[in-house]
Design a protein around this ligand. Sequence first.
Ligand code: GTP
Ligand code: MG
Length: 193
Amino acid sequence: MKIINPTLEKIAVLESQYPAPNLSEIALAGRSNVGKSSLINSLINRKNLARTSQKPGKTRTINFYNIDDKFRLVDLPGYGFAAVSKSEKDKWAETIERYLSSRENLKEVVLLVDIRHEPTNDDLLMYNWILEMGFSGYVIATKLDKIGKSRLQQYIKTIAQKLGIQDRKKIIYYSSETKENREYIYNIIKESI
Ligand code: GTP
Ligand code: MG
């Protein structure tokens, strides 16, 4: 997939701030710090168009990336970030929910999990919701470069078991550093837009 001019089109919290629903959107959901913003940068070949941080809780708004006026990648705030107040957490959850449940041009919601960690109950809730809404249920297991290849299948098995995934092809292991499997993710995007 050739990407020429990706832009950060909109930063939104409220529905009134979303861009017009005129392009297909693919949203990235997952815990704080799992690598959602990094995935976007690596897909569009930009170092820092999506802001990333070593500290969890970097993305606090819904960020709409316009990809050559063909589709949008949507970076959601992460959940499960312990170091914020309950009211702040509720606000983020509301922001995420409002977008996911009302967006007519949303074609796919992809769940990101850190390959090294067993998915949390929040991940499971999110994943079940994704399936209930009729999306394909792709999971991207991030930070592949941080594990030894010999243990890959073991990590994938843990993720599959926790999320109840039978078809292992639904889990794509990925590294934003090495970009291994990037073509596979492009194909999923192409199929869904
Ligand atoms: P929030 O905005 O807080 O929800 O986090 P996020 O999911 O957008 O995570 P972000 O992309 O900001 O990445 C968090 C940290 O993980 C950063 O320090 C990234 O450099 C690092 N990171 C993300 N993906 C990878 C990866 O594939 N490999 C390695 N080694 N580090 C990664
Ligand atoms: Mg982020």
